[in-house]
Ligand binder design. Sequence first.
Ligand code: NDP
Length: 337
Amino acid sequence: MRDLTNRQYYLAFRPDSLPGPEHVPCRDVPVQLPGEGEALLRNIYISLDPAIRGWMSDAHNYIAPIPIGAPVRSTVIGRVIQSNCRSLEEGDVVMAVGGWEQYTTGPAAAMTKLDEHAGIPLSSFLGALGPTGLTALFGLMEVGKPRPGETVLVSAAAGAVGSVVGQIAKMQGCRVVGIAGSEEKCRWIKEDLGFDEAINYKACGDLEAAIRQACPGGVDVYFDNVGGEILDAALLCLNKYARVAVCGWISTYNENGAPGPRNLWQLVAESVTMQGFVVIDYMDRFAEGVDKLAQWLLAGKLQYREEIVDGLDNILPAFLKLFDGSNQGKLIIRIPE
Ligand code: NDP
């Protein structure tokens, strides 16, 4: 182990807009051997999430910014290759907070052991059965609180979170309308996932009019993944006592000083509740959530798409796909074992 080299992509300085190779350069360093109570992982999958862009900035957030000089932070799935603790053995596969790197060393207490023989692809523990699936489940059910017969509108609807939100809302007996950025994405959510309507926000012209047309009875729950102009249009279409679940504002992550929403007065006009949340608010219920998502998955009630990009050296161009919309579902880097 002592001779192993760890390739890392680290944060050299903080980007003002989209990160480039100058912000996230590469280096080869000796692998850090595990201390007492720690394990060393060879990473197999690295999750690429829009939130990582937020952690690159030093603005106040729900977790600390990535320190300058540290590997870019990501959730990883890796195989234990050296263990200095009782709970993990060599060969175990775990999920952990790691980085854009080949090897991650960390406390075993913060690693979750996964069953690689459960008949479920390991990568799905980063998506539909992992953080993004749980975000959809708890954000919709606990914050959006949909009731049968209500209309649920979701943005970034063909993405990792949005596509699961829409399917769970359908299971609750809701009318579901998705907003997405291409005809292909709109076709997928309608024809394969069973959304009632889909709006291509890049081609529809007047978005408010398009939402009104797709939601003739108004919107009762808006699950917001993007913020910006789409949020502003959605605010104008809310029903009395509607709920807005603020999951993410990806349209602002690369824009320093992006303007805030203009139509917040609608919260007063329609007695609306708008609530932000992070999935880790529900950490003590993750096991229950994974069970529920797995049951739906195995029963064929929940579908998902993953885009798996091979090779650590492709990590930055792959990450940028989240911001031009060219990712097809949950975006993951694979480092072949
Ligand atoms: P997605 O798989 O949805 O990928 C991101 C998508 O966002 C893109 O494919 C694109 O879809 C859309 N997008 C990008 N830029 C813009 C823009 N300027 N305007 C409108 N849409 C845009 O990613 P995730 O499902 O992982 O994340 C979705 C949201 O959920 C993000 O805001 C993320 O930060 C948030 N999130 C929040 C969590 C929480 O705990 N609160 C946990 C996980 C995610 P399109 O082609 O449709 O434009």
